[in-house]
Design a protein around this ligand. Sequence first.
Ligand code: 3HC
Length: 324
Amino acid sequence: MTPTQSQPVEDPERVAAFEARVAAGESIEPKDWMPERYRRQLVRMMSQHAHSEIVGMLPEGNWITRAPSLRRKMSLLAKVQDEAGHGLYIYCGTETLGVDRQELIEQLLNGTAKYSSIFNYPTLTWADIGAIGWLVDGAAIVNQTMLAKASYGPYARAMVRICKEENFHKRQGYEIMAILAAGTPAQHRMAQDALDRWWWPSLMMFGPHDSESSNSDELMRWGVKRKSNDELRQRFINLTVAQAKAIGLVIPDPQLAYDESTENWKIGPIDWDEFWRVVRGNGPCNRERLAARRAAHAEGEWVRLAAAAYAAKQARTVSAFEAA
Ligand code: 3HC
């Protein structure tokens, strides 16, 4: 149920008291009263976040068997495994809002759920694994560091643990890019090619410009977002331009220019037609990603059945023990 589908009628006094709590910096917990729109916004945002973590395993997963060393394989295995855990964390967070995880997973599998557009791009070379860690997880850290202060307690607390792991993800990615950039000319070209392909889609991770962001006003009023899409994007740009220069790579934007008055790096226009094309399912890998998720879900049926059978057996044992 997304907030735009129906406009629940709320008691204005209760909403005012709720907003006063948020304004006072209080944490909203699952058993607290909250406006239905607040709950729906959180379910929308957190479910998309969880889906993104799970789908995000796919582009990197296909390089685990091709990592260039045991060390690289181990760190990539650890990263992909972390992402699964992040998805689990956030699905658990959505369940505190009264939704059934199966319902959310069904929405992902039937193609009606959104997940981050960034994961619909292909990983063509090993340098892409470096670019994902450096740029995608780097963007996620900027975004999730903010979310660690979100007004909804379970979401904010999940972000604290997730951000610690994201820092490892970013560092291993940046190290891959730094080593390639300092390597042979072919390796440097591989790193630059990956930056060229991942730079703009990474900027799109922060969502449309504030003026086009249909959810930001409400999310910021209710303390879920503490900064706007454009504020976070700018912070990411400022951090990343310096990091690219430090390893001798060039940001693929001829209009990139430093603005002394604001101390911000200004960029050229983002291709929002590409963004919406990918969000609406027509990116390079959308179909491949959903097909892989559907196949994994089908192959995992036996695990779910076995776990359910074991839980039922355990429950029967406990109830027999209690009856005795
Ligand atoms: N990909 C797909 N859809 C996107 C998007 C993106 N990059 N950015 C925005 N959208 C969608 C929104 O979902 C919204 O559609 P909806 O109303 O139908 O849900 C529409 O575009 C308008 O965007 P808004 O700015 O109004 O949406 P939000 O206020 O929700 O802001 C957001 C978008 C910044 C992504 C915000 O939802 C958010 O911070 N989400 C939590 C973090 C998250 O999901 N990150 C995704 C990456 S996870 C990741 O990187 C894992 C790491 O381990 C690699």
